[in-house]
Design a protein around this ligand. Sequence first.
Ligand code: FAD
Ligand code: NAP
Length: 491
Amino acid sequence: MTFLSLPLLASGSCRQFSTREQTPQICVVGSGPAGFYTAQHLLKHHPQAHVDLYEKQLVPFGLVRFGVAPDHPEVKNVINTFTQTAHSHRCAFHGNVVVGRDVTVPELREAYHAVVLSYGAEDHRALGIPGEELPGVLSARAFVGWYNGLPENREPDLSLQLAPDLSCDTAVILGQGNVALDVARILLSPPEHLQKTDITEAALEALKQSRVKTVWIVGRRGPLQVAFTIKVLGPEGGSRGPTMWPSLGRGEDRSPVAARRCSMSPTEAPRPRKRLTELLLQTATGKSAGKEAAQWALAPRAWGLRFFRSPQQVLPSPDGKRAAGIRLAVTRLEGVGEAARAVPTGETEDLPCGLVLSSVGYKSCPIDPSVPFDPKLGVIPNVEGRVVDVPGLYCSGWVKRGPTGVIATTMTDSFLTGQTLLQDLTAGRLPSGPRPGYAAIEALLSTRGVQPISFSDWEKLDAEEVSRGQAAGKPREKLLDPREMLRLLGR
Ligand SMILES: Cc1cc2nc3c(=O)[nH]c(=O)nc-3n(C[C@H](O)[C@H](O)[C@H](O)COP(=O)(O)OP(=O)(O)OC[C@H]3O[C@@H](n4cnc5c(N)ncnc54)[C@H](O)[C@@H]3O)c2cc1C
Ligand SMILES: NC(=O)c1ccc[n+]([C@@H]2O[C@H](COP(=O)([O-])OP(=O)(O)OC[C@H]3O[C@@H](n4cnc5c(N)ncnc54)[C@H](OP(=O)(O)O)[C@@H]3O)[C@@H](O)[C@H]2O)c1
């Protein structure tokens, strides 16, 4: 094998790549953080690699656009880094291409030296309880998609998710993760706090009319097992806005008794969890002095945490037409600390509410019958990003390790997949000889009537969104309708 003398900085060491892989054609499926960080790593550490990013939406950036809360704009600054990557002359973005429908994974594998699947977790985990299908029950994923302008959750497309009905007094959120806190904050924030964000106009209008005054965030385990973090809940959020002091539910759930029922005292907990628990207990015991806490206590809208309650059934209204409450199984913990398991005590509690938001996690789906998928774990089986038993196929991000972790975790994980791929390239484990890359796929897409969107197309849409937002003092007004986007691009 002949080697070019190309010293490369990968993992701090000099790397060499064989001439036959001078221009490795690499395809990345998905343009969220995992897709962009994988591409960034490959482009940085291989001077010839060409990376094509395929994206099903017309627009890039995945959950950074459609997940991150509108009142956390600083998180979206990662878009600047992703844009730099997309501007590389060795990188191309192809939006509006659904892999698994418009083009198959075997077709991509034929056209490229390597394919990286970074398509995230697009579905939500079902609760699997009676009544879940009733109107008034919504996944947090759909609710987040609605306020963030995800085309499939837009209104008034009656064939798809409807806008949530906010005419009730009480909403219950099931699950105690960061998504649950985002959803509660958006439901309860005064609309004037949201109107200078990139929340969609339709969501803002609906929230202005909202009658929801009380939000319960329900967990099946205790305060020491909550999945949300102090960064999202507490004052460490800094620029993220005010601390979310719970202002409801003084009593058993939030008393120190609850902490004692957690099989671990807060003082034994690891440091970040200890601080989180202390913050929760301060409010539970009424020691949350300070202006912010006082403001939350006086606020016309309030939220609270309920612990040791597992969803058992959505209760229907008398006419059976919509949700009117939730039956919760009272639980106790078996085991210690974060690994403790919730087991039912046999008691139940009914909580009346008009809106149930299920926030028990996202879920990845299989993309193509040729790609192995573990339905139980909801991931593509892989070893360090190499898809098991499929040479030349890799994965990164939430579809690789499951739907948890912040953008920084996804970055580290994606760099590792990039590194694995480059190691295989160096070791001659990828196909030899030139590959056509996008030229072959473009021809296929054209025969199938697919109209891909380039990154410069996206920049035109971006400019349009920014200009529409300016009038209302917002960073942007998101375009929601793919047909309108195509029209704006002259298609
Ligand atoms: C509601 C919510 C809020 C969050 N807020 C924060 C936050 O404030 N800070 C933080 O650090 N982290 C936050 N996170 C976590 C962060 O968003 C994730 O760590 C990260 O987005 C995971 O990246 P990913 O690329 O694996 O998935 P995604 O971001 O979901 O990207 C996957 C991409 O693949 C595309 N795709 C899917 N299927 C196909 C297909 N068949 N063909 C082509 N393309 C496809 C999708 O359209 C999407 O663009 C939040 C997560 C959620 C759910
Ligand atoms: N600002 C931010 O940084 C931010 C914002 C949003 C999301 N994120 C990240 O995105 C990831 C996903 O967040 P997420 O909130 O969707 O998921 P998550 O962190 O995994 O939380 C899921 C919650 O649902 C509960 N749950 C799961 N199955 C349940 C069931 N069958 N019945 C009752 N409760 C159930 C879990 O309880 P158990 O613990 O008992 O299983 C947990 O409280 C997380 O890593 C999060 O940190 C970050």
